[in-house]
Write a new protein. Sequence first.
Length: 442
Amino acid sequence: MSAIGRPRKVTRICSPRLTARSVSLSDRLSSRTPTSLVFTQPPWAHRGVPIILATVPTPTSTEPSFSTKEPVRLDIPAHLRPSDGRFGAGPSKVRSDAVAALAGAAPTYLGTSHRQAGVRSMVRRLRDGLAELFALPGGYQVVLGNGGTTAFWDAITFGLIERRSQHLSFGEFSSRFAAAAAAAPHLEEPEVIQSPFGTHPEPVTSAEVDLYALTHNETSTGVAMPVTRPANSDGLVAVDATSAAGGLRVDPSQFDVYYFAPQKCFASDGGLWVALMSPDALDRVAKINASRRWVPASLDLSIAIDNSAKDQTYNTLALATLYLFVHQLEWMLANGGLEWAASRCDRSADALYGWAERSDFATPFVAQPEQRSHVVGTIDLDSAIDAAAVAAVLRANGIVDTEPYRKLGRNQLRVAMYPAIDPEDVSALCDCIDYVVGALSS
Ligand SMILES: Cc1ncc(COP(=O)(O)O)c(C=O)c1O
């Protein structure tokens, strides 16, 4: 039944051991609704999204006891500094070798038609390389299009969710997709399962949903979760792997759609989306297409699937992004593939979390070690130390983008550990933080 015209609400399930009660949007807007309840929301709750009430704990404030407005002038000794100072969660470090190769290829590649062999052969290398990296079973297809992951969420709401989805919401990005599904007038209200910040919830098998929306790595909080199909479920499993793909291990039999953008582990620029799609996912797209649901052409997955099979995109793609993406992918494959890349991230994570565990002023934000991401680490600092001041000093020394996700509001540093980032540089960063904190405290 069409959901158009119905008061929209989200069924929200809180886990673990949290109680929830659901209210419709009109309840929320009603003056009878106590405002103290209405605002029990995570910081990434979006305007216009039918967020319902839940007793999700507000994070303990780790606001510093002092704040430094101007960056303190402090030179970090050269011998402590990392060889490359880029630790941003995305866009992230692009390897200099890839940039040099792009410059070399530019005269015959950049500025040429994306419908001709030069560019289409790069799309082919991308599709073949991803199938190899992820060991995709027969029948899976690598599909790509423009607009990055955010556009792909909209493509899913049009082309993959038949009636109702279930979302695990545990940070900014997972909640944004839940919001997109909740706002789609042709879909029923999604089930949303959330857990406290710094943890992840588990999916719950439900006969009511036809797509489970998981997030392999929640970039805003530094929480990673295993990709596993809910037991005895028929629904498609669609996994946001934007910051995970290429850095975390995954078994393709556990997903139907594994989608991402290349500005993170694939060390390229944003603006493109890639989806690894199972035969069931391809069938779902065909089924919805046959139902004649209206879909804007730029978000129409059946058009994207047809074009990708011809090593093209529906509209013009960014050629430099494509080139850097293929370069990084082939670098990973030449070095040993996904296992090699994930092991490199493991080494970085050992360095970062090991240092934080030993430190007397730093603590991993994610309490459970098995939920700590090996591609994006979040480290709380003692309230006596201003993390923003530390990040500012690092930035002034060319060590950039260690600030936390802005809406998380914690006294925290966030460190990307994607495959392009040298584990030795992560260790060097820890030494630099020790140096800066020591100097600021003295
Ligand atoms: C987990 C996750 N999902 C989605 C996005 C949005 O990706 P894009 O900027 O390509 O739309 C991001 C961006 O950081 C992300 O980390």
